[in-house]
Design a protein. Structure first.
Length: 195
């Protein structure tokens, strides 16, 4: 299909520049980057199918570390193995590194908080970051087949984590429970197919 044809043409330099562009123009961290990565990798360049991207996103989320870099590593590996992983992750990291380096060299915390223009810019970016985080949640839910009937599950988990109740606010608990329920669901579906 389209994704398989694109795989053969992808160069490491193109992977690097694609993820560098994503890294340079995304505020708000990994979750804010997901919709931009999806648009670039799935919609624009057709390197991956949407379902394949969602599977790779699940793998990237389960790995320790920065989500955006994990996604870059997984996509790069899928397209060009180790060289692709290195190129995509370097592209994601480089703009952030250079921006932070420039800020550290030229701005102090007092300069940022005391400057009304910079403070206004950061206040203006906050709502946009929230929208960038919500967008991939909605598109991922749609592509995964999560409708309004099942929307209560992630909402309940988010509220329980936010509640700060000692045992129930631990995200690891829900990762383990989600994996266990998923395993049992797949096992049950396979047994139905065998009959």
């Amino acid at each position: 299909m389209k994704a398989e044809a694109a795989e053969a043409k992808v160069s490491c330099m193109l992977l690097f520049w694609t993820f560098a562009k994503i890294g340079a123009f995304t505020f708000g961290g990994g979750w804010a980057m997901i919709s931009i990565i999806e648009r670039e990798v799935v919609d624009k360049r057709h390197w991956l199918e949407r379902t394949e991207f969602l599977d790779l996103l699940a793998v990237a989320q389960s790995l320790p570390g920065i989500l955006a870099v994990n996604i870059a590593v997984v996509v790069g590996d899928k397209l060009r193995s180790l060289k692709g992983s290195l190129a995509a992750s370097a592209g994601t990291i480089m703009p952030c590194f250079l921006i932070i380096l420039a800020i550290a060299m030229f701005l102090t915390p007092e300069t940022i908080t005391g400057n009304p223009v910079l403070s206004a810019i950061f206040k203006g970016i906050r709502p946009v970051v929230v929208a960038l985080i919500i967008a991939p949640v909605v598109t991922t839910a749609r592509a995964s087949g999560i409708g309004w009937r099942l929307a209560w599950i992630p909402a309940a988990v988010a509220l329980l984590i936010w509640s700060k109740i000692p045992f129930l606010s631990n995200p690891i608990l829900y990762i383990v429970l989600g994996g266990l329920v998923g395993y049992l669901h797949v096992r049950k579906a396979r047994k139905k197919l065998e009959k």
